[in-house]
Write a protein that binds this ligand. Structure first.
Ligand SMILES: [Zn+2]
Length: 489
């Protein structure tokens, strides 16, 4: 059964829709939001472990900044019930993948590929994709698909979706599964229907404009996907397989724009241009792609807009740094800096780039001073790394603890705190911080293993009584979380 079901869900996530045979909107479904959230957590835990997962503080902050107003708008418009609001994760995880893809998972988790971020030309376009995915979640489309197969347990569904995600990265694997066996019979029942796509578009458009973005974002994103996929039908657009772009969808979104508003080019947006450039440079393209970005930055077209020039130079600088050529990166950065000086967000990006570059070349003091003292995530994480490198782990620990006090689910912050504590010789605390990082990444087993090692260490007389009792309490909490998880199988 699992094999057939796996094939069926691969179809659900990777195949154009057949005529809808879904429960109507009024139907009830057995999968509770809590059960769905746990399936989502199981999938998210694997995504956090995936080498493609990327926690880039700047891009993460940028996407989060687009995402939060959409959530607020969904609340105002009554799309998000208080129950879903509270039970779902509502988190966007970034993937390094160069393909154009975004997907909603059970329980309010979203996956967003840097490939998609890299092709958007405005925040409205990127926000339109997030609004569409958000609406699939608030309308419980995924729950409705999953609830149709009564034979499966949530644990199996989680495994199946993971299989489908893995398969979606490899077209061959997906094809092999699709041709295998009984899948065809179930196909019609498990596809996202046209109705669901239309609903996600329409509700997404309402949420998008309520949040203050231009509704045109939908139209220009659709046009972009349509044109690029026609030129380039090489499987780089898994997004179009999961959300097939029909003429009907394009016409529908165009007709819903305010009367008299002509399809316009997106307004120039320096911050977005820089973030899209960062996404292009950090996506997993390999050495040749990085070299191409460097060459582009060496030959910036004179007729390009200042936003485009800034993007090209920024991508070139990041690419050169990835290629371990910091001198080259610094030259690009020196040309970028005056272009963005008058724009606070742009100037900040250039300053942080300079700090990253200083850190990469071992100039920790310069990195520390350029990272500055702002209590924002990119600054905090960069400054902490620089402080550790500069031999001031206590400064790093203090800054990280302040951050963690208000962001306790920040795995990377806990991980850097562990480094700082370790450098201070605080072995027990370092192990606990490492465990807390694993909790943040939803890997409770790994967290408990680390805490048990810490208990052993405490027993052997390396005593820090307060820390030891915190560790005991955390072990008990994790034991009960793990027991709860085991019951769900
Ligand atoms: Zn969709």
């Amino acid at each position: 059964m699992p094999r057939a079901l796996l094939a069926a869900l691969v179809l659900a996530f990777a195949w154009p829709p057949a005529p809808a045979q879904l429960p109507s909107l009024g139907d009830t479904y057995d999968l509770t939001p809590s059960a769905e959230r746990r399936i989502g957590e199981r999938i998210a835990r694997e995504l956090y472990r995936d080498p493609d997962y990327i926690d880039d503080p700047l891009l993460g902050e940028y996407v989060e900044g687009l995402w939060r107003p959409l959530l607020a708008a969904a609340r105002v418009r009554g799309e998000m019930t208080p129950d879903l609001d509270q039970r779902y994760a509502w988190r966007v995880l970034l993937g390094r993948d160069r393909t154009i893809n975004a997907f909603a998972l059970p329980g309010g988790w979203l996956g967003l590929h840097l490939g998609l971020v890299g092709v958007t030309t405005s925040r409205d376009e990127l926000a339109s994709v997030l609004a569409h995915e958000l609406s699939h979640v608030t309308q419980r489309h995924i729950a409705r698909l999953m609830a149709q197969d009564k034979r499966t347990t949530p644990w199996v569904i989680g495994a199946v979706i993971l299989g489908a995600l893995a398969a979606s990265k490899s077209p061959d694997a997906a094809a092999a599964l699709i041709t295998g066996g009984q899948a065809a019979g179930i196909q019609g029942q498990l596809n996202f229907s046209r109705d669901m796509e239309r609903e996600a578009d329409r509700i997404g458009l309402g949420v998008l404009t309520q949040a203050g973005y231009e509704g045109q974002g939908f139209v220009s994103m659709f046009e972009k996907l349509h044109q690029s996929s026609r030129l380039n039908d090489n499987g780089a657009f898994p997004y179009l397989r999961t959300h097939p772009l029909t003429l009907e969808r394009m016409v529908d979104m165009r007709s819903r724009q305010p009367l008299g508003e002509r399809p316009s080019q997106p307004k120039p947006d320096l911050e977005h241009a820089l973030m899209a450039a960062r996404a292009r440079a950090l996506s997993s393209g390999g050495v040749e792609l990085l070299q191409a970005l460097v060459r582009e930055a060496e030959n910036v077209p004179a007729q390009a807009s200042s936003e485009q020039k800034a993007g090209i130079l920024y991508a070139g600088a990041i690419a050169a740094m990835q290629l371990r050529d910091p001198a080259h990166a610094r030259r690009f950065l020196d040309r970028l800096t005056p272009l963005v000086a008058a724009h606070p967000a742009g100037a900040r990006v250039a300053r942080l780039m300079s700090a990253e570059l200083a850190l990469a070349t071992g100039d920790a003091a310069r990195a520390l001073s350029e990272a500055g003292s702002a209590a924002t995530r990119p600054e905090t994480l960069l400054a902490a790394q620089a402080a550790i490198r500069a031999g001031r782990p206590e400064d790093a620990a203090q800054r990280l603890q302040t951050w963690i006090a208000t962001h306790p689910a920040d795995g990377a912050a806990w991980q850097w705190l562990a480094h700082a504590q370790s450098a201070q010789g605080l072995a027990l605390r370092a192990i606990r911080s490492e465990a807390e990082a694993r909790v943040a990444w939803l890997d409770y087993t790994a967290a408990r293993d680390r805490l048990r090692a810490a208990q052993e260490m405490a027993r052997r007389g390396n005593s820090d009584h307060i820390e030891a009792s915190i560790i005991d309490a955390r072990v008990r909490a994790l034991d009960s979380m793990l027991r709860e998880q085991a019951l769900e199988r």
